[in-house]
Unconditional design. Structure first.
Length: 266
């Protein structure tokens, strides 16, 4: 029995060691095989090409000369008041949709003195600004809107355009003081709003190529709408506590704006 057990143990040991020996034989055979061909080199990287430069967006400030046209009220009656031309400030932004068409947005703000004739607003005494009693009354005007501008390139750095658009105009008349022979009294603030249709002509030149542009533009606009409470008769309480009628301020029917601007090219 002991002899049989020893024989079985030897057989099991020989059977367990057989795979290890076979694996060693396979590794030796692999080491004797010749190596395969080397990996081919990678193709050269493509040459870098720069995309062509293109003008997309321009944005910048403007110095504006603003003239507002109108001296009659909404009923067509003379008011004895007109707005003097004024120097204002503006801001513009343009987007080049195509080579020959651009879209632009604009904003212009100015403060105009009022030129007053004798008897303006139906008052017998002089009108002055309040609280600046020695100054002329003023009105703040602003215009904002958008335009489409067919554009003609004149050279690589110069271009010209025509424009047509639509905008919103707002006028805010300051408080005034009337120096009446029977005492002084105050006329409250009034305002007016319009829709404008601007038509323009402009030209620009790149003073720093692809970076900075100087431009000159002139435009005229038709103003539509009835205005607001500024263009209608108003009322005030005089120094004696009585109600006084105050005439209408002029209704603006047109405007002319000349701008000199700088644009950062993006």
């Amino acid at each position: 029995m002991a002899a049989c057990a020893i024989a079985l143990a030897c057989a099991a040991t020989a059977h367990a060691e057989e795979p290890a020996g076979a694996a060693a034989s396979q590794d030796a055979a692999s080491a004797d095989e010749p190596p395969g061909p080397p990996r081919p080199p990678l193709p050269p990287a493509p040459a870098r090409t720069r995309l062509p430069w293109a003008r997309h967006i321009e944005i910048g400030p403007d110095l504006a000369l603003v003239s507002r046209v109108g001296s009659n009220d909404a009923a067509g009656q003379p008011t004895g008041v007109r707005l003097k031309p004024a120097v204002g400030l503006g801001l513009h932004a343009r987007w080049e949709i195509f080579d020959y068409l651009r879209f632009s947005a604009f904003f212009v703000h100015a403060e105009h003195e009022l030129a007053l004739q004798a008897g303006a607003l139906g008052q017998h005494g002089p009108l002055t600004a309040e609280p600046r009693e020695d100054g002329a009354p003023t009105v703040r005007s602003l215009a904002l809107g958008a335009r489409l501008a067919p554009t003609l390139p004149l050279s690589e750095r110069a271009r010209s355009w025509l424009s047509v658009g639509i905008g919103y105009d707002r006028f805010d008349f300051d408080r005034m003081r009337v120096s009446d022979p029977r005492g002084e009294f105050t006329v409250r603030e009034r305002g007016a709003s319009y829709v404008e249709i601007p038509l323009g002509l402009g030209v620009s030149f790149d003073i720093i190529r692809r970076w900075l542009t100087i431009e000159l533009e002139t435009s005229g606009a038709f103003l539509l709408g009835g205005g607001g409470d500024a263009t209608r008769d108003g009322q005030a309480i005089d120094a004696q506590g009585r109600r006084r009628n105050v005439g209408a301020l002029p209704q603006t029917r047109g405007s002319f704006v000349q701008t000199l601007g700088l644009s950062l090219v993006l």
